[in-house]
Design a protein around this ligand. Sequence first.
Ligand code: HEM
Length: 188
Amino acid sequence: MVSEKLKTHTKQPHQELETLIIQKITQFDTEVSYVDFLKTFYGYIAAIEQKLSPVVENKGIIEDYPERRKARYLLEDITALAPASHFPSLASDIPEIQSADQALGVMYVLEGSTLGGKHISHMISARLKFESDKGLSYFNGYKENTYIMWDRFKDTLNTHTDNESAEIAVIEAANQTFIKFKNWINEH
Ligand code: HEM
């Protein structure tokens, strides 16, 4: 199944991104550094969603897509912690999203990030000694529904990706999403 191949073929860029993020979090000294980190995430995720949404909606591949858009949570968190913030700039170097296969590969990365999000949320909360969930809605993701949402997404992904050339396109898009995200974070 393509979801299993994706896991294997994106293991390395996932690990590199994870290491980079952990390194960033261990350098947080104040809430301001976390707000900057949220802005960096927003710059990439929002730029992707702008390109992704019309393709997903046009192709009708993900029925529950409106529930899955995430940039709005980043904006909520930024506003909750720093109401007077400047609007973050958006990334221009993002993966190509023209086909349904590419859209699914990109979404694999965005949806999968909700699994690691729980760990990220704990790390941030511990590092900055947060006493509530304020500012953590993005990393808390779908909370207790995380695995239900993840399994549902994987079912759609596997059903849709039914031939080898589609698999190759999905995996390539997922890898590009990881790599370009790492580059974007490194630039900030
Ligand atoms: C400190 C940062 C991160 C940590 C500690 C982390 C950790 C994890 C863990 C533990 C899982 C497996 C969860 C499970 O199967 O129960 C996972 C899965 C995943 N994560 Fe991360 N993650 C991090 C950041 C990210 C980011 C930023 C993205 C994408 C933008 C991402 C994308 C994914 C994907 C796509 C999967 C699914 C792998 C599969 O196919 O099963 N992760 N992550």
